[in-house]
Design a protein around this ligand. Sequence first.
Ligand code: 3H9
Length: 683
Amino acid sequence: MAPVSTRLDGNILVVTADNPPVNALSAAVRGGLADAIAQARADAGIKAVVIRAAGRTFFAGADITEFGKPPVEPGLPEVIDLIEQCGKPVVAAIHGTALGGGLEVALGCHYRIATATASMGLPEVKLGILPGAGGTQRLPRVIGVADALPMIVTGAPIPAGKALAKGLVDRLTEDASLEADAIAFANEVAGCTDYPISSRRSDKTAATPAGVFEDYRAANAARLRGQDAPQACIEAVEAAVSLPFAEGAAKERTLFLKLVAGAQSKALRHVFFAERAAAKIDGLPPDLKPLAIAKVGIIGAGTMGGGIAMNFLSAGIPVVMLERDQPALDRGVSIIRKNYDATAAKGRMSAGQVGTAMGLLTTSLDYAALADCDLIIEAVFETMEIKREVFARLDKVARPGAILATNTSYLNVDEIAAATSRPDWVIGLHFFSPANVMKLLEVVRGAKTSPLVLATGMALARRIGKIAVMSGVCHGFIGNRILAARTREANALLMEGARPADIDRVLTTFGLPMGPFQMADLAGLDLGWDPAKSSGSTIREVLCERGRRGQKTGKGFYDYDEKRNRTASAEVDAIIAEFAARSGKEQRVIDDQEIRERLLYPMVNEGALILEEGIAQRASDIDIVWLNGYGWPAWRGGPMFWADNIGLDVVLKGLEKHAPHLTDFRLSGLLRDKAAAGGRFNG
Ligand code: 3H9
């Protein structure tokens, strides 16, 4: 069936796109829209046009799978120009999400009616591009620069109600009556000639205050650092103010073509598809229906347990939280409340929503309270002995058919599962701290975890708004195992003469939010440190012994002032030099390139080992873990994609060169073979 069809409703031509799943504006859809407009122009009986989409959403944008392939006519900018110049009023009927090229189509229409539940935005920047079909020129003309600029530069969509208030849509309606109301709207404007044309408007852009672009650049400099697309977005919107439409559109086109061919956009497109691939588990029976999870039990009301609980409470799922004593429970509940109150204070939740979430939380000191839970997550101390004890007790109280999950970040899930009589019902759900904020969830499949339990874990992750990646069982799973490879090298580099600030700087320059020593100072160096057992055998222990326990004590790997500004510490340098001398390591000057290669190449190698051992299903899953759990910059596509781009042979040569210095290093056969064959990890 053609993806665009037309029908006449009196004098109105109703144009319906039907290109599942999200009505992407593929070549066939663009052709169909162009034909429909030609039909409207040619038929004197047609007095107005409605453009609508079947299925779950209005157009979700250009077809991303077409990027990087030879262009197929007609292009989206041309089609939108045709719509705008139809000569008859055109009404866009919007439901679901009008995104990217989809919103650009709507902006080319003369009127927009949307359902109250719809949202709209220009998320192109998240794909490393800018709206390339007139969006950067029409949106500021329709709603003004102050509102258009953040929408285009951040890519965040706005709900229909807000769009109405800003003049982006003209009318709101209900889902059931959208088509009828759009046709009624078209009948009201049928035959008129003074309908608004977005590209010819100048009332809103003329009111642009001086200095708005400079101010925006200055205010967002740190956030946008290193990224091409947001800078180009600002430049394009500037053109909407300073140039006539045709010249601004030409500028937008030039910027778009450059971005779409660039490395950052390729990386971000990889991320888009990688995120969707991560949700899929190869080999699961296709008809497997995830179990319903109506009540969750959480053991441990510490920072982690509390954060985990918030995910379910916010999604409307009742939680019972268990602790060993009342004060621990009370502390946990008050932290949850404080977090919700802080969210409400920022306007991200209403008082009513906070009340509803807190109303779903109950607490108990008795394991028997977990008897009716569908899922029980353990978030207690990270020692095997304690975890096994907890699981043995759980086995006694949990109902048959309840999923038993551990939040361990390193330990062997199979060993934990073996403490129960039902290892097929045991799974790892590794949340990242702060668990109510971080997007990533590693879903750990034990040797005996049943497909149903696994599928339920993945589905649940989506329900609570997480990005889930499946991992097999190994020490640290995907994310922390790769982190450990980097930490080993960071520590070795210190002993060889690199300073903490050098190492952190190389990583932040690369695009990571923080280096390992900044991170350690922030988290507290005494995390897991026991003064009674401290023997001064590591740099970290000595720092703790000397009261250098991180930011909270004003000093750690760095010195901090009252405002927590950090400076390098001569005391730390001396401690490190002393350690190096004692272990016979000669300190030398290490340049940034060596630091970068020594830190990042072993991570890629560890990723390759994870892949060849079958711990991760695909290289892109490893990328998704590092993007969402550890702040790897999205515009570099994740460690495996980054390695593909620089060339696996280059990575291999680097590893061979540094091999004499590397700690506990084992070269991946997969990396070696792929490098030799000129291959890639990602397709
Ligand atoms: C653009 O418009 C450029 C123009 O300015 C200029 C042009 C000149 N294309 O996310 P889901 C697939 S750039 C192709 O799981 P949801 C997706 O891969 C575009 N495919 O569903 C998945 O496939 P599979 C700007 C697309 O309900 C399936 O659809 N627009 C596209 O969770 C379902 O997707 C955007 O960036 C696409 N545009 O969320 C919006 N979109 O089943 C991108 C989706 O094989 N899309 N697919 O894995 C989204 O944000 C979400 O898909 C959406 C639905 C919110 C619409």
